[in-house]
Design a protein around this ligand. Structure first.
Ligand code: UD1
Length: 418
């Protein structure tokens, strides 16, 4: 397995262009199933999760091509298979996103049940119950979800909890259903709005995205479109923390500062100097930051996908801090690795209490999930000596060219072959 070797201590400085958002791109790729016309994406990030979604679409018969501007065009006009196989689903839970569009357009889907995962049980019951309400027949057979329906019918769906991919799946199912669908307790993430924007360009009738109440009026057919994917707010925020933790100075271009207000506020509160002009964010950090308390919750609150990175930052900030993880159970797997690097962190249920230490020291550590990997890399960037991060396939799922981007701004980081 590939590893990353990091020699800590370099202050980062320079400019980074942020990539397209993985979590916006994945549902949009699933949305290509909804139309028999081609859809072209600009700013699709080059990530393992995107490749996995391409493999799922390709195995069903989708045609995927790339032009000289690196724009991807996807045509699902010849889809002949409506199945997402276990070998692919087990590597990416977001594979479940093809469920809604397959049933809506082809009346059938067979998707491997995503199993447990490192950050909690993460069930898909909200997706299945909502699709059933729209009129689909759902059966669980041999580890697969089989969903079928002649024509989905609009209805009122109230999600029992806020689910990002659950909301997206049902939006995609409802755009081709007959009549109106009212989604209540919908997720409000910027990626939901981006998906709605893409679907609207295809001809869908959607209102209320970005609020808890989404209303969708089904149409008979959707067209193709060209779509420019939203910049990745989690990648952007991770680079802001990289500047903060190394006390560096970075300019981040191609960002959407409005999608990370809560992160920018926390970093400013901690003492970072941040200025914003249009899609550019400048951050400069001269001295050790103050530790900040965090509670994760659905958007617009603090994102669970930035919790691990902020625990790394708090580990070497001034003072004591409390981080509460309210979205996923068991999402503190990075903590034991950070402790091995000298961090002082106690876990009690879903709460981490962090006492800032003077220094972290390099160590061999193991990445357990995507954002945990990011936190270990951040810790490695500031730790004294050498850190080896093992199992970095997790990082390739969600951060485009991470070591190239970090090297460009002055980090000493290398990928070691298997
Ligand atoms: C999405 C993001 C992920 C992010 C997460 C929370 C994508 C591809 N992934 O994941 O990066 O960390 O949102 O912001 O966009 N739940 C159920 N039953 C369900 C669905 C969810 O109980 O059917 C629970 C989950 O266990 C979790 C909570 O709801 O506790 C939120 O999960 P959800 O928003 O669905 O996460 P994902 O959409 O999988």
């Amino acid at each position: 397995m590939e590893k990353l070797k990091i020699i800590g201590g370099n202050k980062l400085s320079g400019s980074i262009s942020c990539s397209g958002a993985k979590n916006a791109a994945l549902p949009m790729l699933a949305a290509t199933i909804l139309s028999d016309k081609a859809i072209t994406f600009k700013n699709l990030p080059y990530l393992q999760d995107i490749t996995t979604m391409f493999e799922i679409l390709g195995s069903m018969g989708a045609d995927i091509s790339l032009n000289e501007n690196m724009d991807f065009t996807i045509s699902t006009s010849n889809l002949h298979d409506f199945e997402a196989r276990y070998e692919l689903v087990k590597t990416m839970r977001a594979s479940i996103l093809v469920l809604g569009s397959l049933v809506a357009r082809h009346g059938f889907a067979r998707i491997a049940l995503p199993g447990g995962c490192a950050i909690g049980t993460r069930p898909v019951d909200f997706h299945l119950d909502a699709l059933e309400k729209l009129g689909a027949k759902i059966e669980l057979k041999n580890g697969y979800i089989e969903a079928s329906s002649k024509k989905l019918r609009g209805c009122e769906i109230t999600f029992p909890g806020v689910s990002v991919t659950g909301t997206e799946n049902i939006m995609m199912a409802a755009v081709l259903a007959s009549g109106k669908t009212y989604i209540k307790n919908a997720a409000k993430e910027p990626e939901i709005i981006d998906l709605a924007n893409c679907l609207r360009l295809m001809g869908a009738r959607i209102d209320g995205d970005g609020t808890s109440n989404i209303v969708i009026e089904g149409v008979n057919k959707l067209a193709g479109c060209n779509y420019d994917v939203l910049p990745d707010r989690i990648e952007t925020a991770t680079f802001l923390v990289a500047a903060a933790i190394t006390r560096g100075k970075l300019t981040l271009t191609h960002t959407r500062p409005d999608t990370i207000k809560v992160i920018i506020d926390k970093l400013k509160k901690a003492g970072a100097n941040i200025s914003i002009k249009n899609d550019i964010i400048n951050i400069a950090v001269k001295s050790k930051l103050d530790a900040v308390n965090i509670t994760t919750n659905p958007y617009p609150d603090f994102p669970t996908d930035m919790q691990a990175q902020f625990i790394a930052l708090n580990s070497i900030s001034k003072g004591k801090s409390k981080v509460v993880e309210s979205v996923f159970e068991n999402r503190f797997m990075h903590v034991q690795e950070l402790v091995r690097m000298g961090a002082n962190i106690d876990i009690n249920g879903n709460t981490a209490i962090i006492n800032g230490v003077k220094d972290l020291t390099g160590a061999p550590v193991m990445a357990t999930d995507l954002r945990a990997s990011a936190s270990l890399i951040l810790a490695g960037l500031v730790a004294k000596g050498e850190t080896i991060v093992d199992r970095i396939y997790h990082i390739d799922r969600g951060y485009e060219c991470i070591e190239e981007k970090l090297t460009k701004i002055g980090a000493n980081i290398k990928r070691l072959p298997q």
